[in-house]
Design a protein around this ligand. Sequence first.
Ligand SMILES: Nc1ncnc2c1ncn2[C@@H]1O[C@H](COP(=O)(O)OP(=O)(O)OP(=O)(O)O)[C@@H](O)[C@H]1O
Ligand SMILES: [Mg+2]
Length: 491
Amino acid sequence: MIHLKQGDMFAQVGSVIASLMFVWAMFKQYFPYELRDRLEKYTQKAFTFVYPYIQITFHEFIGERLMRSEAYSAIETYLSSSSSMQAKRLKAEVVKNNQSLVLSMDDHEEVADEYKGVKLWWASGKNVFKSQTLSFYQITDEKRYYKLRFHKRHRDLIIGPYLNHVLKEGRALKVKNRQRKLYTNNGSYWSHVVFEHPATFKTLALEPEKKKEIIDDLITFSQAEEFYSRIGRAWKRGYLLYGPPGTGKSTMVAAMANLLNYDIYDLELTAVKDNTELRKLLIETSSKAIVVIEDIDCSLDLTGQRSKKKEEEKQGDDKEQKPKSPKEERDGKNSQVTLSGLLNFIDGLWSACGGERLIVFTTNFVEKLDPALIRKGRMDKHIELSYCSFEAFKVLADNYLRLESHHLFDKISALLKEAKMTPADVAEHLMPKTVPGNAEACLESLIEALETAKEEAKLKAEEAAREKESSSAKEEAKEADNKDPISEKEQ
Ligand SMILES: Nc1ncnc2c1ncn2[C@@H]1O[C@H](COP(=O)(O)OP(=O)(O)OP(=O)(O)O)[C@@H](O)[C@H]1O
Ligand SMILES: [Mg+2]
């Protein structure tokens, strides 16, 4: 316990010096002015010589409006791990919706820290003020603080890099401990609920290499603040998740948020009146967030906006007579958000405010989207989520049935190659049907479903082949019909 010995030494040296200073303050008035001035100068010098340590105080409250200091709470969080190991008296606070505890040292405790081989000490304390009001009760006001002590020869290292490190780490820990939120827009306002989706990349059924690639990409992004600022790009990244329904697109968004500890802003574009409202919503999003637009192909008629425009130019006033799309009729309103409005949302100037944001689009029909919307630089990473592979099935079997291997796995592996089934459907068969769950029964029900799906796929393929054959026969007959008069003429 070196830090305690050092701390004791500080306390002793400090109290000796404090007593000397006290004696000096009592008697200095009896000395002539000039001598007093000199003596004071030498005492200060002696003080810094004997006590060559620098002390910085961080108060809990700042300013007259008594705002809680951000630095104080970042330090409190930063010190929580060393406090729980070193301090004898601790304070506990419950965070994350009563799910976890954060410990900090109680008043008048001291803990040591080390940075690049340099040792320093943090002490907690409080000032108590008593104020007598007109009423009978006495009001006590406590103001807490942290005091940092270090040797003066490390001044540059501690005041610069170390304190930056403490604040950065403290803030990052706070973000990790905070309760995350899921925001949804009601028109141009965000409302939120607590975000508690249990999906993680571990439970996501996906091929391991693909999973690793996505995780690496996300982590690299979240640690690349300096890189983005060096290359002059806003700190954001776009993901396009596409694939059939039930392949895990929404689940992956939740897993991303859980991995990076981000909030989610689920943006419903059809509820946004126009581009101005869209911009307002964007400005109100915080950093460390995922802004997700689900089913972007159905959200707005962004799919063929450009080609549609060209068509409209050709057709003149025909537009007014056009019947409304089913979506427009259902909503009873028509959002005025345009493709260019959305593009500005993604990469316009305002999108850089706040930084550290992921923008995620999900869609079932990637081919329907305007290429401008999903080009690299806007949607930087395109991820296809497809039908369940055997690798993905193994993740589900482990999650749902706690099975790493089983004699039916080989059969399932062969069937998954021939039948297309989404992870959502596979998962449905793995849900326990009895208590306690019978794994074999689940696997057998899955095999049965896969065999049916395989049969259906076979029938469909045969039908498609027949249709193709008959249509090519028709084409040939048509071609032959067209050729006949010519050949007759030639004859
Ligand atoms: N890859 C997967 N890994 C784990 N679970 C999955 C996966 N895909 C689907 N599921 C399960 O199926 C359900 C539906 O999945 P999800 O909502 O993520 O699909 P989706 O791709 O977003 O579908 P849609 O296109 O209809 O929005 C989820 O509750 C999840 O439990
Ligand atoms: Mg979805």
